[in-house]
Ligand binder design. Structure first.
Ligand code: PHE
Length: 357
């Protein structure tokens, strides 16, 4: 084998051995670069006599071409391998569940409201809202609570200062029921709304907060009966607490704006100081309800001979405490991050009735 053939074999072997694109480039430079081994051979051609130069030139060119070809082929293989490795490194499994990140927690009140909207939403209720600052008409008189009615005292109302030009005193709404009036006066029946929101009463002890939350429900349609009210609230309670056979009891009660009226209890057991929702011998009151009083319909321009309705109102803190085992009402509003981390919910965890709540 001539020296040139030996050189060619060495270089081709180096090309084959190059483990990556960088190594391959180093081989190329050392063979075909300005100071490369083949280039050095080329430079020697000038000193040869014409016959020998022609033969050696042809041989060198063939070797050069063969080396370049081998480099190109090896390059393609290495580039492909590098791409495969990179694809594997950068794989994303888009079917993986979202990874919970520490970007804060959803407050149990927000979560509970979301759950309620999800449940009533499936029953075709729409969400309505109203102002926190109300007038006497919407908060009381349109709801059949006249000025001297004892319910006014019971409500421990926060009054705003009298307005200069007419002396009117607005109130912080003491319940979400004024939004019943607002909904009926701005929308013609049939109506099907829920109203989650803040409410205010001048009451502050271990079991009362001056600001708390209620959710109101209102349905107005033709041929609405107490059976619709019962069916809806029983279905709601069972879905909300996730107990399919949860006992639900309707007890006669009184509200000025509903007739007949009832309070609703859910069954529970308190054995050994441990509260368990569902079954057992005990009852827990969770909401007030009834058939919309004909006078209330009339106050909203709705003919009670043609339309009937039912309404309900529920305290949100109370059911959230029962559902999530939160022992102290005051903690809801202390903004303690440790509490929120413990009782709060992850933002990615969105309530959906199909999964159970
Ligand atoms: N507004 C009543 C309360 O705050 C609850 C209620 C609403 C009762 C609707 C009956 C109908 O206690």
């Amino acid at each position: 084998m001539s020296d040139l053939d030996a050189l060619k074999a060495t270089i081709l072997q180096e090309v084959a051995d190059a483990a990556d694109l960088d190594a391959l480039e180093r081989v190329r430079v050392s063979a075909l670069g300005k100071k490369g081994r083949i280039t050095a051979q080329m430079k020697q051609l000038g000193g040869m006599d014409p016959e020998a130069r022609k033969a050696a030139g042809q041989q060198l060119n063939a070797i050069k071409d063969a080396i370049q070809e081998a480099i190109d082929a090896r390059k393609a293989v290495l580039a492909e391998a590098e791409m495969q490795a990179r694809l594997e490194r950068e794989t994303i499994d888009v079917s993986l569940p979202a990874r919970p990140r520490e970007i804060g927690h959803i407050h149990p009140i927000s979560r509970t409201v979301e759950e309620m909207i999800a449940i009533f939403g499936e029953m075709n209720f729409e969400v309505a809202e109203g102002p926190h600052i109300e007038d006497d008409f919407h908060n009381f008189s349109a709801l059949n609570i006249p000025p001297e009615h004892p319910a006014r005292q019971e409500h421990d109302t926060f009054y705003l200062e009298a307005r200069a030009h007419d002396g009117e005193r607005k109130v912080l709404r003491t319940h979400t029921s004024p939004v019943q009036i607002r909904s009926m006066r701005t929308h013609a029946p049939p109506l099907r709304v829920i109203v989650p929101g803040r409410t205010f009463r001048s009451d502050d002890d271990a079991t009362h907060s001056p600001m708390f939350h209620q959710i109101e429900g209102l349905v107005v349609d033709k041929h609405i009966t107490f059976a619709h009210l019962k069916g809806t609230l029983i279905a709601f309670c069972r879905a909300f607490f996730g107990v399919d056979d949860l006992p639900v009891r309707f007890r006669p009660s009184y509200f000025p704006f509903t007739e007949p009226s009832a309070e609703v209890d859910i069954g529970c057991s308190k054995e050994g100081g441990q509260l368990k929702i569902g079954g057992g011998e005990d009852w827990l009151e969770i909401l007030g309800c009834g058939m919309v009083h004909p006078k209330v319909l009339e106050n909203c321009g709705i003919d009670p001979n043609e339309w009937q309705g039912y309404a309900f109102g529920m305290g949100i803190e109370r059911v959230a405490m029962l559902k999530y085992g939160i022992p102290d009402l005051r903690t809801f509003f202390e903004s303690d991050l440790r509490w929120l981390k413990h009782y709060g919910f992850l933002p990615v965890d969105i309530p959906a009735p199909v999964r159970g709540l």
